[in-house]
Design a protein around this ligand. Structure first.
Ligand SMILES: *Cc1c(COP(=O)(O)O)cnc(C)c1O
Length: 359
């Protein structure tokens, strides 16, 4: 679009938003209608196939009736519910954990500051850091996708904020809490530990909050709690961080319906237990039955090495047969021969195995 004297408005756009951006998984609408596809297996976004807890739905509906008022009480109520669920920690909330990540970066990172990221991993850390004008450095994982704490500390030494994801998206790798402690000892900046999938593994990181004043643990209601569509995230933060985070945050960003539904979801612990049991059972089943190598995972997905095929070819082929998985080519530093497969319902995993095992 051009204006006066042929001026190009799009030249106003910042360089970091001229191309690239978040890569979204395929959706059922992209594949239904293909011949022979009646039911689509949705294994690309690590969602919980179970609908939200009835308690979450009930509380969300009730909050909708008060939607003429700005949120406030509901968000305070969510913090209390989190303290009831987890214990006496300090919390901040956001529009998904993505929103929390963005606010944490906004709180600490000026243009030119360093942000370190343990890669390959979730792409949004890098995108959000770029949005702050940060100088992003990636610290590669080892060949088995484990994290070497000594190397991480060395390369992230002068970073304002560092990101470590455990269980890691897309590899599923769990970093032991003792290694996270070693990293925290060595860093002078903030460590953002992304625990989006922690409900699906047996590692416990929360006690680290008691000892380290530079640790933020990000959590989400999108995965185990079945609330992806409502965009609720939160973080365990040291007490000193609460007021500055609050000042940096967009006012009223978490809406009252989402906050209320999240309170309801936290009251239904059985919902998460069921998801955890299903994931553990079906993750083992997929590891056993898949004819390609599957990486050990502590999450509700597995990384499958489909070499000599390319991830994008396999994902496209499976999509054509009604099984949506994620090609991992958009994860920098991973290589082109991987797919990420969410652990869905039993019929979905059987469909995936039928298709993958005849490649
Ligand atoms: C899904 C995911 C998130 C963010 O989830 P929200 O839906 O924004 O709460 C954060 N980190 C990782 C690694 C994820 O996979």
């Amino acid at each position: 679009m051009t204006g006066k004297q042929g001026f190009c408005y799009d030249s106003l756009v910042r360089d970091c938003y001229r191309s690239g951006g978040y890569v979204y998984a395929a959706r059922p609408g992209d594949v239904t209608g293909k011949p022979g596809v009646t039911r689509v297996a949705r294994l690309a976004s690590n969602e919980n196939p179970d609908p939200p807890s009835p308690r979450a739905i009930e509380m969300g509906k009730a909050a909708l009736c008060d939607a003429n008022r700005y949120p406030g009480d509901q968000v305070t109520g969510l913090v209390s519910a989190l303290q009831k669920y987890h214990g006496p920690y300090h919390f901040v909330t956001g529009v998904g954990m993505d929103g929390v990540i963005e606010t944490v970066l906004r709180t600490f990172v000026c243009a030119g500051d360093r942000v370190a990221i343990s890669t390959p991993t979730f792409s949004f850390y890098g995108l959000a850091a770029m949005g702050q004008g940060a100088d992003v450095i990636s610290v590669p994982r080892e060949n088995d996708f484990s994290v070497d704490p000594v190397r991480f500390v060395r390369e992230a030494a002068d970073a304002k904020v560092s990101f470590l994801c455990s269980p890691n998206n897309p590899t599923g790798t769990v970093t032991p809490a003792s290694d996270v402690a070693e990293i925290l000892e060595g860093l002078s900046g903030i460590l953002f530990l992304d625990n989006a999938y922690v409900e699906f593994c047996n590692e416990e990181y929360r006690p680290l909050m008691k000892k380290y004043g530079n640790l933020v643990i990000g959590r989400t209601m999108s995965k185990a709690f079945s609330l992806a569509g409502l965009r609720v995230g939160y973080a365990f933060v040291p007490e000193w961080m609460v007021p500055c985070y609050t000042r940096a945050m967009t006012p009223f960003s978490l809406n009252s319906v989402s906050a209320s539904a999240a309170i309801g979801a936290l009251e239904d612990a059985d919902h998460v237990t069921r998801a955890r049991e299903r994931v553990t059972r079906l993750r083992d089943f997929v590891c056993r039955e898949c004819r390609f190598p599957v990486h050990p995972s502590g999450a509700n997905f597995v990384l499958v090495d489909v070499a000599p095929h390319k991830g994008c070819d396999v994902a496209a082929r499976l999509a054509g047969r009604g099984v949506i998985v994620r090609s991992c080519e958009s994860f920098p530093g991973l290589g082109d021969h991987y797919i990420r497969v969410s652990i869905g319902e039993e019929w979905e995993m059987k469909r995936f195995l039928e298709e993958i095992n005849c490649l």
